[in-house]
Design a binder for this molecule. Structure first.
Ligand SMILES: Cc1cc2nc3c(=O)[nH]c(=O)nc-3n(C[C@H](O)[C@H](O)[C@H](O)COP(=O)(O)O)c2cc1C
Length: 222
């Protein structure tokens, strides 16, 4: 790969953001297909290619998916709130008490994931359960999809909220007529962004990279 190409890839990776506010403008089919084309070139364990992608545009169906996501997210964040995990995770923010309360309440309400109803396209990613690594395979495909969408000027958000709880997954399967032998891995919201969120800070490489054995920093010897 030419150095210039590597810079372009890294730029797309770094500039992608999770978008949770979308313009109502429809996304042309050829752009959706480009995202799916990128998805299907992802690597898979044993070359299984276990994925199936359901492109959902129908507003009524999206509304139902948004509602399932809202409930799923609400349950997940409520558990975090009541077990003290939320304060552990978000406590580092020096927010005034009033804002902290508002953020925690919004998270526990599940509203954070209900935006799927507003995204003009929901791509539901499901996988054949009778393969070795369906979750990993589909995750690779989803990331390809997010990056292609970014390169096309589209916004995305990877949303697991409607499928973490088995009861929600069942509701989703019924809604979309998904056969028993498939599991839903996630939903991707897709559309033209109507917000420009700041990047979420990433852990520094020095914190997350070790050499030769876990915990060993560059230049250290055991
Ligand atoms: C496996 C996975 C599941 C996610 N599920 C949700 C979700 O249910 N709802 C949501 O709003 N965002 C979800 N996200 C998006 C993350 O919150 C987001 O990627 C993270 O905060 C970093 O922000 P960024 O994508 O803008 O860099 C998910 C991301 C991943 C990788």
């Amino acid at each position: 790969m030419e150095p210039r190409e590597a810079d372009i890839v890294l730029k797309v990776i770094k500039e992608r953001r999770s978008i949770r506010k979308y313009k109502p403008d429809p996304v042309p089919d050829e752009l959706i297909l480009k995202c799916l084309e990128a998805a299907r070139w992802a690597p898979t364990g044993e070359d299984a290619q276990p994925w199936r992608f359901i492109v959902v545009k129908d507003p009524e169906t999206r509304k139902k998916i948004g509602e399932i996501a809202r409930r799923g997210s609400g349950r997940r964040f409520s558990v975090e709130l009541y077990t003290g995990k939320m304060i552990e995770r978000l406590g580092a923010h020096a927010w005034p008490e009033e804002k902290r309360k508002r953020v925690f309440e919004k998270l526990a309400s599940g509203k954070v994931s209900a935006f799927l109803a507003e995204a003009p396209v929901n791509i539901v990613v499901c996988a054949d359960k009778n393969t070795w690594d369906p979750r990993e395979d589909c995750s690779a495909a989803i990331q390809n999809m997010l990056l292609m969408a970014k390169a096309l000027g589209l916004g995305t958000c990877w949303v697991i909220a409607p499928c973490t709880d088995v009861r929600d997954e069942m509701r989703m399967k019924e809604l979309l007529n998904i056969p028993e032998e498939y599991k839903i891995v996630s939903v991707v919201a897709l559309g033209y962004p109507d917000e420009a969120p700041k990047p979420r800070p990433r852990k520094e490489l020095e914190e997350v990279v070790f050499y030769e054995r876990f915990g060993q920093k560059k230049g250290e010897t055991s």
